[in-house]
Write a protein that binds this ligand. Structure first.
Ligand SMILES: C[S@@+](CC[C@H](N)C(=O)[O-])C[C@H]1O[C@@H](n2cnc3c(N)ncnc32)[C@H](O)[C@@H]1O
Length: 284
């Protein structure tokens, strides 16, 4: 692309109408509510896509997305618009609750003959949440080796799922993992890019990653003991949140626990969950 083109792109305008077109598609497909305050963010993120494709303006981009029979650019567009910020042991109190309440109760209640324990990290971003669950299980589930533990980790963003599946992180990503856990559950590799930390098989063997749009139908039939859906529903409107909460309810076993993000209370949503403490709910 010529320098002149690049300069033009820096100035590419996103009209209100173009923004509306994009936000309508995004809302319809994945529930994300792009209110007008997000216009500059959308423009900045999608300008990178325009640049990559050598397109000059947003009309061309919208047309490109519409007419791409593979659907790849739609996936790229959604990837670009997803906010995948996360970190290991984010909202630490949830992992304390897993350790001190959920895991001991599961181990005490569940008959080993039905040795399945199932977790779901719904909206796992680049996987740190799911690996934090796996570390908590490995550390604190009594007789962990005797159980058939499965941790499903899903996200809309294919880029994020790719990272999650690799399970390789830069040192700075592990700063919220205590050093003794880092040493126990990650292999260190050195490359030209510096040190990298790869989750060990002890963790990976429990985990399964998949791209899944929470707005679509879900292929899982099994019941979950624990669902984490944290810092995902903030992007959805109330009706979409309510629908999701009911779907989580149906997929949880009686006694199962739902964890939401710190600013995602279920206030204003009719539901039958028992309130345990802020952002923690149990299916009775
Ligand atoms: C801010 S991150 C939260 C990550 C992690 N749960 C945490 O709390 O640290 C929000 C994630 O929700 C995902 N997301 C947004 N809409 C989604 C949808 N419709 N289906 C599945 N994932 C979605 C985004 O791709 C992003 O990775």
């Amino acid at each position: 692309m010529s320098m002149g083109n690049a300069l033009q792109l820096q100035q590419a305008l996103l009209s209100d109408e173009q923004f509306q077109t994009i936000s309508t598609v995004v809302h319809r497909l994945c529930g994300i509510n792009l209110h007008p305050g997000k216009k500059e963010l959308v423009k900045a993120r999608l300008t990178k896509r325009l640049r990559r494709l050598g397109l000059d303006d947003f009309d061309d981009y919208i047309e490109y997305v519409r007419s791409d029979p593979s659907g790849d650019e739609l996936t790229n567009m959604l990837d670009a618009l997803c906010t995948t910020l996360t970190h290991f042991f984010r909202e630490e109190q949830h992992f304390d609750h897993l350790e001190n309440q959920v895991l001991p109760e599961l181990a005490a209640r569940r008959d080993l003959a039905d040795g399945k324990i199932r977790f779901w990290s719904a909206g796992c971003a680049s996987g740190e949440e799911a690996y934090s669950m796996a570390i908590t299980v490995a550390e604190h589930l009594p007789n962990a080796a005797l159980w058939d533990v499965g941790i499903l980790a899903t996200d809309l963003s294919s880029d994020a799922i790719r990272i999650a599946q690799k399970g390789v992180y830069e040192g700075k990503c592990l700063k919220t993992v205590p050093p003794y856990l880092r040493a126990k559950y990650f292999d260190v590799t050195k490359s030209d890019l510096g040190h990298r930390y790869r989750a060990k098989n002890d963790l990976r063997s429990m985990m399964h990653f998949a791209r899944l749009n929470l707005m679509d139908s879900w292929p899982m039939r099994g019941e979950f003991d624990v669902i984490f859906c944290r810092n995902v529903m903030i992007y959805f409107d109330k009706a979409t949140q309510a629908d999701l909460i009911h779907r989580f309810w149906r997929l949880l076993r009686p006694g199962g626990t739902l964890f939401t993000g710190h600013s995602e209370s279920l206030t204003g949503i009719r539901h039958n969950f028992r309130y345990v403490r802020p952002t923690i709910y149990q299916r009775p």
